[in-house]
Design a protein around this ligand. Structure first.
Ligand SMILES: [Fe+2]
Length: 309
């Protein structure tokens, strides 16, 4: 793991590897008490850090397993675990996770095995919930909970106004872009979340999968919205050319280079691409993103013109 001290209070921790959706970068906040956020570094490194630092609270931005499976280690160590209230059921039941994710998509058995055996999911019995109105007053009163749904129903980012630092979680500010591969993801909510953050004063972004972002912050949120619009335009164009849904999904919506990926990962990538396709198709049936965000019309029109060239 790599620990980078950002301020007196904030340390950014990156795992050695993020292969196979098994880990993410996290944050140590040392304020009135010590908080770990999304410290999913892999079982051994997380254990080491928990033992070294003995935090008072363990917080996750959302239920996705690459951010959350470490919480059972924190629970076992007697640390108070906080999960977004909207996603509490995902932490307490593997059956619920499967039913709300891969189960209805025909991959329940494979996903159950992967989550339990490869990712090491263990359900929690003792944890607290938090929401957009929560102030972590006993732990870090200066930390602002930012409700940023869309990537997941209760996805949360954390803002530190004293230093204008944002821990963005999994908003997709990395080179891969925003991800919405489960049915409970919502493109409209995600765009709204990005637009909210676009209006904020931010000097540094610490992201879950894209490292530290210091340059181009004033443009990054709109750039990510543009990527979502590009996907929408691409899908609309492919459908108008007579391409089948299966062909579009096989060619990739988010995962563009998946042909040689081994099983069961290939099945999962196709499943997520299929869901992302459906989200776009549903939106297109309602007039597309600009029907809900007229302020994006100019960007959308420019993309249409480019794709006609
Ligand atoms: Fe995620």
């Amino acid at each position: 793991m790599k620990q980078t001290r950002i301020t007196d209070k904030i340390t950014y921790v990156e795992p050695d590897s993020m292969a196979r959706f098994s880990s993410c970068a996290g944050l140590i906040v040392q304020s009135r008490k010590q908080i770990f956020i999304d410290m999913n570094l892999g079982e051994s490194d997380t254990r080491t850090l928990l033992e070294q630092r003995c935090p008072d609270a363990a917080v996750i931005t959302h239920f996705h397993l690459d951010h959350s499976v470490w919480t059972h280690q924190a629970e076992k160590a007697g640390i108070q675990v906080f999960v977004p209230a909207k996603e509490a059921a995902f932490l307490s039941s593997l059956d619920h996770v499967v039913q709300q994710t891969a189960g209805p998509l025909g991959c329940g058995k494979q996903w159950h095995a992967f989550v339990e055996n490869t990712q090491g999911f263990r359900s929690l019995t003792h944890f607290s919930s938090y929401g957009p109105d929560t102030v972590f007053v006993e732990f870090a009163p200066e930390m602002v909970v930012m409700d940023t749904p869309g990537h997941s129903p209760g996805h949360t980012s954390f803002y530190f106004p004293d230093d204008r630092i944002l821990f963005s979680g999994d908003l997709g500010l990395d080179r891969f872009g925003p991800w919405y591969g489960w049915q409970n993801c919502d493109i409209r909510d995600l765009v709204f979340s990005l637009l909210r953050l676009d209006g904020m004063q931010i000097n540094l972004i610490l992201s879950s999968h894209g490292g530290m972002i210091q340059k181009g912050i004033s443009d990054i949120f709109m750039a990510k919205i543009k990527e979502i619009l590009q996907r929408e335009h691409h899908i609309e164009k492919q459908l108008s050319k007579g391409k089948s849904e299966a062909q579009i999904i096989e060619n990739g919506v988010f995962y563009l280079h998946k042909k040689k990926v081994p099983q069961p990962l290939k099945t999962f990538l196709d499943m997520w691409d299929s869901v992302m396709f459906q989200h776009h198709k549903n939106l297109l049936a309602q007039g597309g993103l600009t029907a809900f965000f007229p302020e994006l019309s100019q960007i959308s029109n420019a993309l249409s013109q480019q794709s006609r060239l």
